[in-house]
Write a protein that binds this ligand. Structure first.
Ligand SMILES: O=P(O)(O)OC[C@@H](O)[C@H]1O[C@@H](OP(=O)(O)O)[C@@H](O)[C@@H](O)[C@@H]1O
Ligand SMILES: [Mg+2]
Ligand SMILES: [Zn+2]
Length: 181
């Protein structure tokens, strides 16, 4: 049977919260303007909310998986209080050159590889063509292209990677997607 669900695949650092560089503590987690409202609108529109985040800070030894999970729990709790339910957070702890020990691998989940997106598509029976991705880096957009995501948005003031649309915020992306579908 054809896949039928719709998902918003959302990058974390630089889209949901300000990217201060390997954020792992709640005190450094600063929601970007429009991020929470954008997720609320996408959820109300019927999208699964799926976060896809490279976390090579784990592999580099800056913080461990338990610390990342604790921050994720706090973020999700905060969002829940604001009426946003995160369906899943996928993360990649690897890096092919900079990570330590077993984390130093050429995995299939570190963006621009599409592994985290493909997992979400499979686990939630998502139609990628009807879904959107919001990222800030070219590697996010590249992952979206490789997973055949139909609507790509890049939070950037520079020229976006084709065929992504440049947006000012998660909220801007949400409104454009909802307006177009
Ligand atoms: O934007 P997402 O995917 O949510 O997360 C990115 C972070 O894990 C960090 O990824 C690093 O890239 P490297 O992993 O070192 O190439 C840098 O870009 C950091 O500034 C950034 O905080
Ligand atoms: Mg990012
Ligand atoms: Zn990985």
């Amino acid at each position: 049977m054809a896949r039928s669900g719709k998902a918003a695949f959302i990058d974390r650092d630089g889209v949901i919260n300000r990217d201060h560089g390997y954020v792992y503590q709640w005190q450094d987690f600063e929601f970007l303007p429009g991020a929470i409202e954008g997720m609320r609108r996408l959820q109300e529109h019927g999208c699964r909310i799926i976060v896809i985040t490279n976390q090579s800070g784990i592999g580099r030894g800056f913080y461990d998986e338990a610390v990342f999970e604790a921050l994720t729990d706090t973020m999700c709790q905060h969002l829940q209080e604001q009426g946003v339910r995160i369906d899943r957070v996928y993360f990649c702890p690897h890096h092919p050159e900079k990570a330590l020990g077993d984390f130093r691998v050429a995995c299939d989940c570190r963006k621009p590889a599409p592994g985290m997106l493909l997992r979400g598509i499979d686990e939630f029976d998502i139609d990628p063509g009807a879904s959107l991705l919001i990222g800030d880096k070219p590697s996010d957009i590249e992952a979206g292209i490789r997973a055949s995501i139909g609507h790509l948005y890049q939070v950037t003031e520079a020229t976006p990677v084709a065929p992504a649309t440049a947006v000012a915020s998660l909220l801007d992306a949400a409104d454009r997607f909802i307006g177009a579908s």
